[in-house]
Design a protein around this ligand. Structure first.
Ligand SMILES: NC(=O)c1ccc[n+]([C@@H]2O[C@H](COP(=O)([O-])OP(=O)(O)OC[C@H]3O[C@@H](n4cnc5c(N)ncnc54)[C@H](OP(=O)(O)O)[C@@H]3O)[C@@H](O)[C@H]2O)c1
Length: 243
């Protein structure tokens, strides 16, 4: 069975991606940071329908843990190699540039740019030829949105890194793409309330916010042969956000 890793698979887009991958016949290693019970629920849902899944703890902001994380991944894989990696874990923070602290800046950088860089480096030796990497970025890289400057800047860096990864890993026949969601109904940044949802829907051509499953289907497509000739792209999945 082809095995993929999804970071931040306990909730939101990552959990939906884990379920969608399982539906398409992939085995899933999903990671969680603090919410083990939610990760276990996703694993149970997959195994109950005959799929293969395991949950591992990982703080993507802590690169010192990546060597031991890789060992745990090797243990789960056994003799298998990895067919995919989704660098999805993340969190939102609203604070204007004038008041962002260095600690907040470093935290966002570690999770959204440094973490995906070194986690991919750590797992690269476990990846099989033909594997696929998907990096989650954000439509805030295209549209300047109040209060999310460092987050958006690191997501922009991740889009650049996506092209460099695609170039360097092409020799190993590994594809690398970014998926850039618009406004999606998850718990990111504290989630949606009615007023915020109405605002985001009004900024979206299709007149509503997106659902995590709608992003998950695109990620799963990029992980499988359906997306086999798509490489080095950023695909915005946003229903036409701020166009
Ligand atoms: N929702 C949107 O509108 C939107 C828009 C653009 C981009 N995105 C991007 O899409 C990705 C998924 O976001 P989401 O909306 O699904 O968020 P979410 O519902 O808040 O879920 C976040 C996930 O990331 C994990 N996580 C958070 N910090 C972590 C850390 N330091 N180390 C490891 N895991 C960590 C969480 O683990 P625990 O459950 O264990 O805490 C959880 O599984 C993120 O990269 C986000 O920036 C989302």
């Amino acid at each position: 069975m082809n095995m993929v890793i999804i970071t931040g698979g306990s909730r939101g887009i990552g959990a939906s991606t884990a379920l969608e991958c399982a539906r398409r016949g992939l085995g899933v290693i999903l990671t969680y940071n603090s919410q083990a019970a939610k990760a276990d629920q996703v694993v149970s849902q997959i195994t109950a329908s005959g799929g293969k899944a395991a949950a591992l703890q990982l703080d993507v902001g802590d690169t010192r843990s990546f060597a031991s994380f890789r060992k745990e991944v090797e243990r789960v894989l056994g003799s298998d190699q990895l067919a995919g990696l989704v660098n999805n874990a993340g969190y939102g923070l609203y604070n204007p540039i004038a008041t962002v602290t260095e600690t907040e800046f470093d935290g966002l950088m570690n999770v959204h740019l440094k973490g995906p860089f070194f986690l991919t480096q750590a797992l690269l030796p476990l990846m099989k030829p033909g594997a696929s990497i998907v990096n989650l970025t954000s439509a805030t890289t295209r549209v300047a949105t109040a209060g999310v400057a460092p987050y958006a800047a690191f997501k922009g860096g991740l889009e650049v890194l996506t092209r460099y990864m695609a170039k360097e890993f092409g020799e190993q026949r590994i594809r690398v793409n970014a998926v850039s969601p618009g406004a999606i109904r998850t718990e990111l940044g504290g989630g949606l309330n009615d007023a915020f949802e109405t605002l985001l829907a009004s900024q979206t051509a299709l007149g509503r916010v997106g659902e995590p499953e709608e992003v998950a289907r695109v990620i799963a497509t990029l992980l499988t042969e359906d997306g086999g000739w798509i490489n080095a792209q950023t695909i915005e999945v946003a229903g036409g956000y701020n166009i």
